[in-house]
Design a protein around this ligand. Structure first.
Ligand code: 57M
Length: 359
């Protein structure tokens, strides 16, 4: 909004020309989201506590989690609020990608909110039925995927890491592919959010990486030099990713071990849905499996655990899935599991960025 108010005045006041630059607005979107989290965090934690909105802890998890009883949840409300306000303030609002990504953030957030609310009311960790939640996620992802597919300047080619010229065109199949990526990313982040800061850390690292990808994809010179698809308008998603990074760091201030607040499904589904959508919009779809590799590892650990459990009549591959619980039960302290997963995420992000040159 600020861009539309101040940039037109730059003919009279030349210093206002700075508002045309995506880099400048991204920095201040990051700072704005961070400040909103810092200012509202303590108030929200107190409010959630006074409203008894705290996480029901399952009794079949690691014993160390039982002490987490009473921790306020649904902190994802703070993430969504700070991201939406900061993006509306600092991004250009005449770019349709901005409205689409905010639709995903709020839409998936509402699905997660409903799940969290049902858990609180029933005082159990079973929220909305998995099937009903999945239907809601698929509907939102489908709508966004169809709208993107119908955009005249949006291609249905898939970018394959390490390959410059191999860009398979999925045609209308891209809608199914895109829906799968968005819903898959949302649920992968949701599964991962099982230790203090375990989801917000890697998610923030992913948004830093996609901040870079969005800037490059939206810059015709750099995209041409790197020979990656140029997508007009996606440069503005850099501002959104900046807001996500600011909100992620701001939320981590309170979610770091020992957590004062959990994000809830309202946060994890919203973060994951946004991450999947950004990967589609920037045409860096497959590379998300590397950038978000930690989320992939967590999800695969669950698939293998549940699959083997059923095939072998109750045998387990891991002591417990997702894999972060396996290491907890092995005796790793919670902070050790968390920080080591962050380190792996940073390494994966660096490898993913390097693939822009390894093609
Ligand atoms: C999402 N939710 C956390 C919190 C957070 C199929 C099966 C693998 C599903 C999976 C599951 O239920 N996943 C749901 C994970 C929960 O966190 C809440 O949920 C939100 C995210 N969606 O924001 O509100 C618990 O995680 C802990 N936590 C923290 N710090 C945080 O910052 O400590 C969360 C955030 C919180 C808190 O204890 O209560 C969760 O784990 O449920 N199920 C599981 O993950 C369970 N694993 C399991 O059942 N494994 C079996 C299966 C696969 C056969 C096995 O391996 O034998 C584990 N989760 C729990 N207890 N809570 C283990 C049992």
């Amino acid at each position: 909004m600020i861009y539309h108010l101040l940039y037109p005045l730059s003919e009279t006041y030349s210093f206002l020309n700075v508002f045309r630059y995506i880099t400048f607005r991204t920095i201040y979107a990051t700072i704005t989201a961070l400040v909103i989290c810092f200012v509202l965090g303590p108030w929200l934690i107190g409010k959630l506590q006074s409203l008894q909105i705290n996480q029901p802890i399952r009794d079949d998890g690691p014993d160390s989690h039982l002490s987490k009883e009473g921790t306020p949840t649904m902190g994802g409300i703070l993430i969504i609020f700070s991201v939406v306000i900061s993006t509306l303030l600092w991004a250009r609002l005449d770019i349709d990608y901005i409205w689409l990504i905010l639709m995903v953030v709020v839409g998936f957030g509402l699905i997660g909110f409903r799940d969290d609310y049902k858990k609180l009311v029933s005082r159990s960790s079973n929220g909305t039925s998995g099937k009903r939640r999945l239907i809601g996620e698929v509907i939102i992802a489908l709508v966004v995927s169809v709208l993107l597919y119908l955009k005249p300047d949006f291609s249905s080619n898939v970018t394959i890491p390490f390959f410059k010229t191999f860009l398979p065109d999925l045609g209308w199949g891209y809608i199914i592919f895109s829906t799968f990526i968005i819903v898959g990313a949302a649920n992968a982040v949701n599964l991962t959010d099982g230790l203090d800061g375990l989801a917000i850390g890697p998610a923030t690292i992913c948004f830093v990486t996609y901040l870079l990808f969005a800037y490059i994809t939206g810059n015709i010179k750099i995209a041409g030099y790197l020979q990656i698809p140029y997508v007009a308008g996606t440069g503005e998603l850099t501002v959104f990713c900046g807001a996500m990074v600011g909100a992620g760091i701001g939320f981590l201030w309170y979610n770091t071990y020992p957590a004062q607040i959990f994000m809830g499904d309202v946060g994890s589904l919203s973060l994951g849905g946004a991450l999947g959508t950004i990967a589609i919009m920037t045409k860096q779809e497959i590379i998300l499996a590397i950038v978000g590799g930690m989320f992939v590892i967590e999800t695969i650990s669950v698939i293998f655990q549940v699959g083997w459990f059923k095939i072998s009549n109750g045998k387990r591959i891991f002591k417990m899935a997702p894999i972060h619980h396996h290491f907890e039960i092995k005796g790793w302290a919670e902070p050790k599991v968390i920080v080591r997963f962050w380190i792996i995420s940073i390494i994966l992000a660096l490898v993913a960025i390097s693939t822009l040159k390894l093609r």
